[in-house]
Structures are given as structure tokens and as C-alpha cells.
Write a protein that binds this ligand. Structure first.
Ligand code: ATP
Length: 306
């Protein structure tokens, strides 16, 4: 696979405790299981593309704690280029502390740590790989000014995943990326419109085009995704999600974006619509397994998408 994918974004460690119920304020209770997962939207999307066989590089920051080197080793074991993953002095790695009750309710505290220290110099240091990327992928878990600067340097296709959504933003955030990709709740925040079903998503996509997006891709969970471009001659495209037995939808959006980037970088004969259909197949497959990065499929799934 010769297409180059560069991802600018976050690395987080998920500490997940499972307990019969959630603790009340000030209370200590016993849980029955604990797992540690590598997460963060940036790294997840990069790993999703790498597991499909893409050439990937991540521009990110980890802390100078015990988790930083472990995270870098995880990325390297998945063949991600970590030359631009910097270790940050006097900072923890990004951490998500997650409590899950037996009834599925959860509590989450996120400490962004080193992710907040990604800065404009980090982007300038990586200018050559950003500008030579076939596909550049960004999200909003790291400082927004780094995303904007990277988008300004991009010469290939750029995908901005507007997650987590922000209410106040520079309009360049909508105008610069080739594809602005969000889920329904993010689409609602960025467009200012309710988005509870595919019809409302289409209305929100039109509003986002009116606000300056080149193209808008809204993921709709088990309803698939819709895509709209600013070209009035191209009709709205709707991709259905394959029906699967869902085990864990965590990270489905990241699997979707990683797969989309993989297709756009490597399957040059694919139209954007074919790439979106393929991303739905990869994301649906990921929801049949528990976990985030470990649930993303490998190259064996390519036979179902090419
Ligand atoms: P998450 O935050 O859980 O990572 P998200 O909210 O960013 O996900 P979704 O719109 O829920 O994103 O899902 C992304 C894509 O994953 C969908 O467009 C769809 O292709 C696929 N997907 C999600 N849930 C299902 C499901 N239950 N069955 C099949 N495909 C699914």
C-alpha cells in the first residue's frame, strides 16, 4: 500500500473499572474487573488505517510517565510511524478513567494531559510529511489551532472529524477540510439544528455546506452515513450500515474514519461514495467485537471491500 496517511491527534489511556453499580460522591465500592486500553481518537483512527495495511504516521504527544513509552510501543507494534510522537516533560499522558456499572451506565473523567500540549511547532516540525500526505486526518481532542495549521499545510485530501464538537470556532475549521465528518450529536452542535434521524441529518448537512464546508459526511450509527458536497449537481449519497450483532460500538466512528482514509489513500479507483460504503463495512465489523483498537479488523476484511 503506497498511499501515505498522516493523522494529527490524541493518544489516551483508558482505565476501565467494572462494578455492580456506580459509586455515590464520597463512596468507595468494590468492582469486579479492570482493563487498560489504548485509545484517543487520533491514535484510534491511525491504528484503524494501519491495521488495514496503510502507511501511517501519527503527530501526537504522550506524557513522561510510565504510559508514554508503552503507548509508543503499542503504535510501533502496529507499524505506525512514531517519529512525530513527542514525549512531553512534566505532563501525564492523556487519561480516561471510566467506571462501568452492570446496568451499562458509566462515569468518565478525561484528563487531556500531554494532548493539550500539542502545539504549532509540532505541526511545523512535521510540515514535510503533512504536505506530502495523500490523506491528512484530524480531530478536536488536541488544540484547535494545531488542526487549523495542519489543514493549511495539507496538499492532499483532508478529513476533519469534528469530535468532540465545539460551539465557538473559527470558520476556517469548516472551510479548510476536504471532508468534514461528524456523528449526529456533533452535526447538531456545529449546524445549530436538531439531528435525530437521517432526514434531519440531511438538513444539517445542507446547513453545514451553507456555512462553508466543501463536503459533509454524517455518520448515523446503525443507519449508516450520509454524504453531501457543495457541488449542487451531486445528489446526497446515503450508505446503509450492514446489519450486525453489536457487541460494543465504542470506537465505531474511529474505525469508520480510519477505513475511509485507507480507501482514499490507496484505492484510487474508488469514488468517495465507494469509500464511504467500505468504511461502513469496516466499522460494522468492528462493533461485533469488544474494545476499541483491538476490535478494528485487519487486512482480512479487504476482500469484502475491494
Ligand atoms: P463512537 O463514538 O461509538 O465511536 P460515533 O458516534 O462517532 O461512534 P456512529 O455514527 O455511532 O459514530 O458510528 C460510526 C459508523 O459505524 C456508522 O456510520 C456505521 O457505519 C457504523 N456503525 C455504528 N454502529 C453500528 C451498528 N450498530 N451496526 C452497524 N454499523 C454500525
Amino acid at each position: 500500500m503506497s498511499g501515505k496517511i498522516v493523522v494529527v491527534g490524541s493518544c489516551m489511556i483508558d482505565f476501565v473499572s467494572y462494578a455492580p453499580r456506580l459509586p455515590r460522591a464520597g463512596e468507595t465500592i468494590h468492582g469486579h474487573k479492570f482493563v487498560t486500553n489504548f485509545g484517543g481518537k487520533g491514535a484510534n483512527q491511525c491504528v484503524a488505517a494501519a491495521k488495514l495495511g496503510a502507511q501511517t504516521s501519527l503527530i501526537a504527544r504522550v506524557g513522561d510517565d510510565v504510559w508514554g513509552p508503552k503507548y509508543i510501543a503499542n503504535l510501533e507494534s502496529l507499524q505506525v510511524n512514531t517519529q512525530y510522537v513527542k514525549t512531553t516533560e512534566n505532563s501525564s499522558s492523556g487519561i480516561a478513567q471510566i467506571n462501568v456499572a452492570d446496568n451499562g451506565m458509566n462515569q468518565i473523567i478525561i484528563v487531556a494531559g500531554a494532548n493539550q500540549r500539542l502545539n504549532l511547532k509540532d505541526i511545523e516540525d512535521a510540515e514535510s510529511i503533512i504536505s506530502s500526505a495523500d490523506v491528512l486526518v484530524l480531530q478536536l481532542e488536541t488544540p484547535v489551532e494545531t488542526a487549523i495549521r495542519a489543514l493549511q499545510l495539507a496538499k492532499g485530501v483532508s478529513i476533519l472529524n469534528g469530535a468532540p464538537a465545539i460551539e465557538t470556532f473559527n470558520e476556517e475549521l469548516l472551510r479548510l477540510p476536504s471532508i468534514f465528518c461528524v456523528n449526529e450529536s456533533e452535526a447538531s452542535i456545529f449546524s445549530g439544528l436538531p439531528v435525530n434521524n437521517p432526514n434531519e441529518a440531511e438538513t444539517a448537512a445542507k446547513e453545514l455546506i451553507a456555512k462553508g464546508c466543501q463536503s459533509v459526511l454524517i455518520t448515523l450509527g446503525e443507519d449508516g452515513a450520509i454524504f453531501l458536497t457543495s457541488d449542487p449537481n451531486v445528489p446526497v449519497f446515503k450508505a446503509d450500515a450492514p446489519q450486525v450483532k453489536s457487541a460494543d460500538t465504542t470506537g465505531a466512528g474511529d474505525a469508520f474514519i480510519g477505513a475511509l482514509a485507507f480507501c482514499l489513500a490507496n484505492l484510487k479507483e474508488f469514488s468517495i461514495q465507494q469509500a464511504i460504503k467500505a468504511a461502513c463495512i469496516v466499522a460494522a465489523d468492528s462493533v461485533t467485537r469488544l474494545g476499541t483498537q483491538i476490535s478494528f479488523p485487519g487486512e482480512e476484511i479487504l476482500i469484502r471491500i475491494v
